[in-house]
Ligand binder design. Structure first.
Ligand SMILES: *Cc1c(COP(=O)(O)O)cnc(C)c1O
Length: 234
């Protein structure tokens, strides 16, 4: 197996973000890089930290919990980006900073309850299914408004924006249309201006489609394999 150079890869990804922003007249500081460390060991996370990367994303609740505990570093900004299970939210609520993958009101209520127990406020994004693929998680675009409504008054949840995953397509224009749909929904729901509901972030873009995502307004890209190398399972 060839050796993965995390420091070099990280630098390359930062360059891609910068160049894409420059090309479309955006400020690179508007795009947060979330390094997706799922399936990778803590040693890899430490290498990225040594290069100044502090935001990390995980897609399994147990793996996130284990890594938060074992690394025990208050400087790390932890992002939960995968499917949620109601009965496991309590295991991550004491530490996780962001949850990108809320697709139902019931998760918001549970996050609120558990965050409150720890006197914390957890940043959350609502995941919208923009590809129409059933295996891709996320609420239907038509359900977004009612989910946002249900967040009113939840004092320990801060709704910060939307997340979406595009089709794994060769055609960049299909991917673009899906990201444009998410941006449209983001714009349409700016009228929510509660203390705990303000759409400021658009989490879209992965290793294979981050340029298109940034062109279409992404403020958070979630990059795994282009930093940490290929994975054996998704
Ligand atoms: C795995 C994963 C990513 C990162 O994917 P790469 O293609 O490795 O960059 C991003 N978002 C989510 C939700 C993921 O599960």
């Amino acid at each position: 197996m060839s050796k993965v150079h995390i420091d070099h890869n990280l630098e390359k990804v930062r360059q891609r973000i910068k160049l894409t922003c420059e090309r479309v007249g955006r400020n690179p500081d508007e795009v947060m890089l979330v390094a997706v460390s799922k399936t990778k060991p803590n040693a890899d996370i430490l290498k990225a930290i040594a290069r100044g990367q502090l935001s990390f994303g995980e897609n399994r609740m147990k793996e996130l919990e284990d890594k938060m505990l074992s690394l025990d570093n208050p400087d790390i900004d932890w992002h939960m980006i995968g499917n949620l299970q109601t009965n496991k939210i309590r295991f991550i609520a004491s530490r996780v900073n962001w949850i990108h993958s809320v697709e139902k009101s019931k998760y918001l209520k549970e996050i609120n309850k558990r965050a409150k127990e720890h006197k914390r406020i957890i940043n959350t994004l609502i995941q919208v299914n923009i590809s129409g693929e059933s295996q891709k998680g996320g609420c239907k675009p038509d359900d977004l408004k009612s989910i946002l409504n249900s967040a009113q008054g939840l004092e320990n949840v801060a709704i910060k924006g939307l997340m979406g995953m595009a089709t794994f397509a060769d055609d960049p224009e299909e991917v673009r249309r899906e990201f444009q749909l998410l941006k449209q929904l983001f714009d349409q729901h700016q009228s929510f201006n509660e203390e705990n509901i303000r759409l400021e972030h658009l989490s879209m873009g992965m290793s294979n489609d981050m340029e298109v995502a940034i062109e279409e307004g992404s403020t958070m890209v979630r990059i795994g394999s282009d930093i940490f190398g290929a994975r054996n399972y998704p």
